[in-house]
Design a protein around this ligand. Structure first.
Ligand code: ATP
Length: 262
């Protein structure tokens, strides 16, 4: 499969008043089209910086981020983003919030078509009947579902998610993982997910990239050889268990804690 996102030899340092702070140092990630890449690594290693580079909000000092054959040099309209705390506009209904990217990316799309597209996605994530509610009338999990719809409404080339389920309780989080799986099955997209949750990375990922401690390089890449229509139960099976052990060991190495007991 061709690489859709190609991150090659990326190095980056932030300029701070105390001098340069190297954050990424030798990052190589290849994400084939239509696949899901989960990125894990120690706290503060540079994961969010990576999302800024892919979305074109920043350019690396050296190396390149190539998206669909083109080097990313400025912010992209064809990227959808979802974060831990979805910012929803309280004066707009859920349907109107979900439609927002279409107003920016496809301003000529007839309103009825935009509404139908947004309503279809809300239906898919189980929010049929909530289209007319205001964001504050929804639970955190429901708001995150709506935020996923908003990130996907304009059919982005790439969906970037930075800890989108981090603030949710375990059961809601697992529900959302299954929603993600169903959304992908219905409308394939290429995705990069930043997460601290190894179970999440194995359940959702086609590959899991482990970053080293700061400055981060690509330390390890795990191919998640599990069926695409996986169910939560699969996480309790030996194959997934082995992957989770391996990832935990890799995180320990990334944290520089190789000598510790398991
Ligand atoms: N704009 C900035 N200017 C200077 N330093 C920054 C800037 N943004 C991030 N940093 C620093 O760069 C390092 C990496 O930050 P980043 O947010 O990418 O890490 P992260 O892996 O996403 O962190 P976490 O796991 O805690 O979410 C941190 O030490 C952070 O303080």
């Amino acid at each position: 499969m061709s690489k859709f996102i190609d991150i090659k030899g990326v190095r980056h340092a932030y300029r701070t008043k105390n001098g340069p702070l190297p954050v990424l140092d030798g990052l190589d990630i290849e994400v084939p089209e239509g696949t899901f890449c989960a990125v894990v690594g120690p706290s503060g290693c540079g994961k969010s910086t990576l999302t800024r580079l892919i979305s074109g909000l920043m350019k690396p000092d050296t190396g390149a981020v190539v998206l669909a054959g083109e080097e990313v040099a400025s912010p992209r309209k064809t990227v959808g983003m979802a974060f831990q705390n979805p910012v929803m506009l309280e004066w707009r209904t859920i349907l109107q919030n979900v439609m927002l990217p279409l107003e920016i990316v496809a301003p000529r799309m007839p309103r009825a078509e935009a509404e139908a597209r947004a309503a279809h996605l809300l239906d898919m994530v189980g929010l049929k009947g909530f289209e007319g509610k205001k964001p504050s009338e929804l639970s955190g999990g429901m708001r995150q579902r709506a935020s996923l719809c908003r990130a996907l409404v304009h059919r982005p080339q790439v969906l970037i998610m930075d800890e989108p389920f981090g603030a949710l309780d375990n059961f809601t989080r697992e529900d959302l993982w299954q929603t993600m799986r169903d959304l992908r099955a219905a409308e394939p997209f290429t995705c990069v997910l930043i997460t601290h949750d190894l179970r999440e990375s194995v359940f959702l990922g086609d590959q899991v990239v482990v970053l080293s401690g700061r400055p981060a390089r690509t330390q390890y890449v795990l191919d998640v050889d599990l069926p695409a229509d996986r169910r939560i139960d699969i996480l309790y099976e030996p194959k997934a268990g082995e992957m989770l052990h391996l990832l935990r060991d890799q995180i320990r190495i990334a944290q520089g804690r190789t000598g510790e007991m398991h």
